[in-house]
Design a binder for this molecule. Structure first.
Ligand code: ADP
Ligand code: MG
Length: 661
């Protein structure tokens, strides 16, 4: 069943749902609430000043809308509860007026001012509460869709597919843990009636998500023991000869990793290795040498990156290091058609030895003469289907994944259980410490002065501001506002530009390129600053609302500066949460910071980032649910190895799912 087969979801709603990344019925029913509002009538006898109140009553007077200025209006009316009258004020909800006729039942949530007897509402809902406690799911929204809309769609979907919601865990485990069916759990998660039941349903769904994930890991691991890889003969001496021609001395960690890679390349078992290392630890050179070794053995290499700009950067880098010895080509969306043709031919007849580009590199129509190594940078691992895809073309390349998001060891052992993990901990010598400065929101003057100091020396600056979500009413710095502010301060002398996630990628790349070339002095951005971008003249990173980010993300962002020999700084602006942010002043060890993140925030921040897209869980959280993860992992392995006849269908389903995403 498709989304538009559900009665009640028309083409318009469909487009809006797509905006929330909901494309299938399954996406919709697993579009979990971000939180729940517990609605219970406030007892005014026990009221502390300034607390949130919830009252329900009838509208007593026709709402009056006052326009304060452009984009700001206020609506006033009165409501009567069973025993009192309240004045209600709410900002920017004039559109509700038509629904608030006298006598309408409403639930008002807001702050109560007892001297004026007025509730300044943050939300008004239609309906009554009575004496019951109501638990309301709150969904992440997009403009044009209300919480109510989503709730309605979800329930329509649940009704429509009802019987066809299958459990992806076998009966014996459902029995063992006394779980409800998935169908019931989904119903509860979207329509909870009491907290206890909600908790149980959450655990049930988390378990299934982690069970499926760990099943995949165990399956991939088993697949990976096949001896169908390429055997090469690379000697230690070959590696040492390469070290001699490099422009710098490799760190011991880099050398150790290369030794591990050499062994993998020589082995008949296919390499499936994750290389993790802090920003700036020098992963790129390791991958370049691996590709060079592969070239010396007579095979082609493909380096896959998430964006065009990163592809370009790697291309320049590789050209610089390997010079004219090896035929390297770049293939991206903006490669002209006639060049593309030539490159396809070169890959097919083997004249191209190293190709750099995006995911398209391993798609159907690209033919390789003898692909021996695939490297992916800042990108998630690819699944079995992609491997199968390559195998079908007669290719069984070794694969090296690079990631700058370090994950604490305990977790890595589980969720990367199908891969071998190499780690670079040591930064290259002579790296400059980046000065980290904390500023409060009201110290913006200071920040502008610090920025001016850099600009005067013709250095470039990154400015980061979290993007406001349309559903987010908290007072965040919006990127556009910030651009105006920066223009006012520096616009006369310096060039300021903006990139954000909603921009077309061509335009984004264009601006990033200009920044790389020094044609832009201040680049304002949401966090979309490309992971891995390397602009040596950028010496300052300014992050607004820094409290909104995890330490690992902040550390990654900080790693964008200090790439050359200019003394660099990172300014974190926030009036809240300063204690957590202080940690960044004391350490520049990404592993330590990721441990801290785990302690403080769970895995959300780590796994929510782009570069680890395959770790995206809809309901589970690796840290909070670690115990469930460990149990699910054990159960999944057992199930993979000895599923009985009655469970074969579920197992086949799971394997099919792995192969098709
Ligand atoms: P990342 O691990 O974040 O991808 P890069 O590979 O981009 O880091 O390396 C960052 C910078 O450090 C690059 O300019 C690279 O040339 C340089 N570099 C890498 N290894 C060394 C080394 N052993 N000594 C000195 N500089 C190095
Ligand atoms: Mg990198």
């Amino acid at each position: 069943m498709e989304l538009n087969d559900i009665k009640g979801i028309g083409p318009k709603s469909l487009t809006l749902l797509n905006k929330l990344n909901i494309y299938t019925v399954d996406d919709l029913i697993t579009y979990y609430p971000v939180r729940y509002d517990v609605l219970k009538r406030t007892d005014f006898k026990e009221l502390d000043p300034d607390t949130k109140v919830i009252v329900d009553g009838r509208v007593e007077s026709i709402p009056l809308v006052i326009r304060i200025k452009a984009g700001l209006n206020k609506m006033n009316f009165r409501i009567a509860t069973d025993d009192r009258i309240f004045g209600i004020s709410i900002f920017n909800r004039a559109f509700l007026k038509q629904h608030l006729g006298v006598g309408t039942n409403v639930i008002v949530i807001g702050k109560y001012d007892s001297t004026k007897n007025i509730i300044t509402a943050s939300d008004i809902k239609l309906g009554t509460l009575g004496n019951a406690t109501k638990i309301e799911p709150v969904y992440h929204l997009t403009s044009g869709l209300t919480n109510k809309n989503i709730s309605t769609f979800v329930n329509l979907a649940l009704l429509s597919i009802g019987k066809n919601i299958n459990d992806n865990i076998p009966d014996y485990l459902i029995e063992k843990y006394n779980f409800s069916s998935k169908k019931i759990a989904l119903n509860i998660i979207h329509n909870p009636s009491n907290i206890e039941k909600l908790k149980e349903a959450k655990i049930r769904l988390k378990y299934e998500e982690l069970f499926e994930f760990m099943f995949k890991i165990h399956y991939l691991k088993r697949e990976n023991t096949k001896l169908d890889g390429i055997k090469r003969k690379i000697y230690k001496k070959d590696l040492e000869n390469i070290y001699k021609i490099l422009p710098f001395k490799l760190t011991n960690d880099q050398k150790n990793v290369l030794e591990e890679i050499r062994n993998d390349l020589n082995s008949e078992k296919r390499m499936n290795r994750l290389l993790q290392g802090d920003v700036g630890s020098g992963k790129t050179i390791v991958s370049i040498i691996a590709m060079y070794l592969n070239y010396l053995s007579g095979y082609q290499s493909a380096l896959m990156v998430p964006t065009e700009i990163l592809a370009n950067q790697h291309y320049q880098n590789i050209k610089k290091i390997l010079g004219g010895n090896v035929n390297v080509e770049l293939l991206t969306g903006s490669t002209p058609k006639k060049d593309k043709q030539r490159i396809y031919e070169g890959l097919a007849n083997g004249t191209i030895s190293i190709i750099i580009g995006t995911h398209a590199l391993i798609q159907e129509d690209v033919v390789y003469k003898n692909l021996g190594l695939v490297v992916t940078d800042e990108q998630h691992r690819f699944g079995v289907n992609q491997r199968d895809n390559l195998r079908n073309k007669g290719l069984t390349p070794d694969v090296l994944y690079m990631s700058a998001t370090p994950i604490p060891r305990t977790y890595a052992l589980t969720i990367y259980g199908d891969m071998d993990v190499s780690t670079i901990k040591e930064l290259p010598k002579g790296r400059q410490e980046i000065t980290t400065i904390l500023k409060k929101n009201e110290e913006i003057e200071d920040v502008l002065n610090l920025m001016y100091e850099e600009l005067k020396q013709n250095h470039q600056i990154y400015v980061i501001a979290p993007l406001i979500e349309e559903s987010d009413t908290s007072n965040l710095t919006s990127v556009n506002e910030l651009k105006d502010k920066m223009n006012k301060a520096f616009g006369k002398k310096y060039k300021i530009d903006l990139v954000h996630g909603k921009m077309a990628s061509g335009m984004k790349d264009d601006i990033m390129n200009k920044f790389s070339k020094g044609e832009i002095d201040i680049l304002i951005s949401t966090t979309v600053i490309e992971v891995g971008i390397d602009v040596k003249n950028a010496s300052q990173m300014v992050i607004f609302d820094a409290n909104r980010f995890g330490l690992s993300t902040l550390h990654q962002l900080r790693g964008r500066v200090g790439r050359g020999n200019i003394k660099s700084s990172c300014i974190l602006i926030s009036s809240q949460d300063t204690k957590r942010l202080e940690i960044l002043k004391t350490t520049s060890d990404g592993f330590k910071l990721s441990e801290e993140d785990f302690k403080l925030r769970g895995s959300g921040d780590l796994f929510g980032t782009k570069q680890s897209g395959d770790m995206f869980f809809k309901i589970a959280n690796i840290k909070e649910d670690y115990k469930i993860l460990v149990q699910a992992s054990k159960d999944a392995l057992e199930f993979l190895n000895k599923a009985s006849i009655s469970n074969l269908k579920i197992r086949d389903n799971l394997i099919n799912k792995i192969k098709h995403n």
